[in-house]
Design a protein around this ligand. Structure first.
Ligand SMILES: Nc1ncnc2c1ncn2[C@@H]1O[C@H](COP(=O)(O)OP(=O)(O)OP(=O)(O)O)[C@@H](O)[C@H]1O
Ligand SMILES: O=C(O)C[C@@H](O)[C@H](O)C(=O)CO
Length: 342
């Protein structure tokens, strides 16, 4: 990478290097969809009659999360050419995400819908309507090298690899990113619904992870990447044979760990909070983590920022509008440490 490595808080806390002087901090590639979250929650989906509409889809949520934290963010994707697609574009614009490369589908494909069931604060599920969705029809020829080269980070969502032509578009975008020293961040973001089989996922996850600088996923997602249940040690050993510099493993309420290719291991607990629903945690976590790393913070601080952003989002109703600002995270961390001190 073509820039300075900043070291903070002493020689032991190494931050990750990103290219300097780009117009965008993050460009996210993948699905921008609609979440329909149960309004009359704490009951099963079959008894839920009212839903609130939000922008959804993991990479769109991360774009919104990082923009709310103050980063300059762009989005590459495809939405339906209808009121739902227009809602997504308009909301992203409202929060400051550049949508110049979020295109409207011209072949009649519809946007993905996610109906969320909130049975209790710990029993949540997502029902996806994603047949022939517009986001998976983004084409490799729609990747613009100048646009990708204008960012410090290209964030790829694993679901974009589930089908052609989106799969080829994602690989082409990564090739263009690497050619222009843009850091590639791969969020595994496994949605079984979009794939033919876990064997297919394993092949493409592994290929893309090997080409990435930072790989983020849950332990279960890394097991899919490896094609069998494994350990963090085995995962990072295999990935550090290739390009990754940092591998981040999320473990829900058990917190998260990050493995740097120099051998250092970092961890952060999850923060106890008043949970409304569990989904959205991973996207908030990635937003906080990326924000901190791009600010030149050390990896441990980045994990803490990710955990704090996630704790705030699980206590709120949506996964996108709920994304916290920097002030909200600072306030949360301060209150949390005061409460812990008693
Ligand atoms: N119930 C919770 N309370 C507080 N923090 C949480 C909770 N669940 C997750 N987190 C935080 O969010 C991080 C990511 O969560 P998780 O491991 O569940 O990722 P994920 O499966 O990608 O999330 P999602 O449910 O959004 O798909 C965790 O490492 C933790 O810091
Ligand atoms: O498309 C999805 O995967 C649903 C998301 O939009 C939802 O907000 C979520 O699961 C966040 O993690």
């Amino acid at each position: 990478m073509d820039s300075e490595t900043r070291v903070k808080k002493g020689a032991l806390d190494v931050s990750i290097a990103f290219p300097a002087d780009r117009s965008f901090d993050v460009i996210a590639l993948g699905r921008a969809c609609i979440d329909l979250n149960a309004v009359d929650y704490n009951r099963p989906l079959e008894e839920t009659r009212t839903f609130a509409k939000y922008v959804g889809g993991s990479p769109a949520n991360i774009a919104i999360g990082t923009a709310r934290l103050g980063l300059r963010v762009g989005f590459i994707g495809k939405v339906s050419n209808d009121g739902m697609g227009k809602f997504v574009v308009s909301y992203l614009n409202q929060v400051g995400v550049d949508t110049s490369h979020l295109v409207f589908d011209q072949e009649g494909h519809k946007i993905g819908l996610a109906f969320t069931e909130i049975k209790s604060p710990t029993e949540c599920s997502i029902l996806l309507y994603r047949d022939e969705v517009a986001d998976l029809y983004i084409k490799p020829e729609e990747m613009d090298e100048n646009y990708i080269a204008s960012s410090k980070v290209l964030l790829i969502s694993g679901t974009a690899l589930a089908k052609s032509p989106s799969r080829e578009a994602a690989f082409r975008a990564v090739e263009l990113a690497r050619r222009n020293q843009v850091a590639v961040v791969f969020e595994l973001d496994y949605r079984a619904y979009s794939w033919r089989s876990p064997y297919e996922t394993e092949v493409y996850y592994r290929l893309l992870a090997r080409l990435s600088d930072i790989v983020i996923g849950t332990r279960e997602e890394f097991d899919i990447l490896e094609g069998r249940p494994g350990s963090d040690e085995a995962t990072v050993k295999a990935l550090f044979e290739f390009l990754p510099k940092l591998v981040v493993v999320k473990r829900g309420v058990q917190g998260s760990a990050a493995y740097h290719r120099d051998g250092r291991v970092y961890s952060a607990p999850a923060f106890h909070t008043q949970v409304l629903k569990t989904f959205g945690a991973g996207d908030a976590y990635a937003s906080g983590l990326l924000y901190a790393l791009l600010q030149g913070e050390d990896v441990e601080t980045a994990l803490t920022m990710g955990s704090a952003a996630a704790a705030l989002v699980v206590s709120r109703h949506s996964s996108s509008e709920a994304m916290p600002t920097k002030d909200e995270i600072d306030h949360f961390l301060q209150e949390y440490s005061e409460r812990s001190r008693g």
